[in-house]
Design a protein. Structure first.
Length: 126
């Protein structure tokens, strides 16, 4: 089974950059451009990891994460936030819900290492 990563961001170029950087991990990528689509993708495909922007056009990433963590089928999916923080959102608040937080612009090397670490049990099983 190939590990699946759901990347949620409203910037197509940013999604492509992240996919390019993580391609050598041998993962399958799912993409969502807004919070509602992210919820649909997560419920349908149960990815092994979600990379989630906070600032999304419809439902913000914090709300998406909160909804996913309350549902039995998705609550154990690790989430990494990738965002330029908006006013009123603290990194501390985000970290209460997620495994990690990366501020844009991303340190792509560090992100790749963190993703590989979180996916290690899945990658070993492959």
């Amino acid at each position: 089974m190939v590990p699946r990563i759901l990347i949620v961001d409203d910037e197509a170029d940013f999604i492509e950059l992240v996919k390019f950087r993580l391609a050598n991990l041998g993962c399958e990528f799912l993409v969502a451009n807004d919070g509602v689509h992210a919820l649909t993708q997560a419920r349908q495909f149960k990815p092994d990891l979600i990379l989630l922007d906070i600032l999304l056009p419809d439902l913000d990433g914090l709300s998406v994460c909160e909804i996913l963590k309350r549902q039995p089928a998705t609550k154990k999916i690790p989430v990494i936030f990738m965002s330029a923080l908006s006013p009123g959102v603290s990194k501390r608040t985000a970290m209460l819900q997620a495994e990690d937080f990366f501020t844009k612009p991303l340190d792509l090397e560090r992100l790749e290492q963190r993703v590989a670490g979180l996916l290690k049990p899945v990658l070993v099983a492959v």
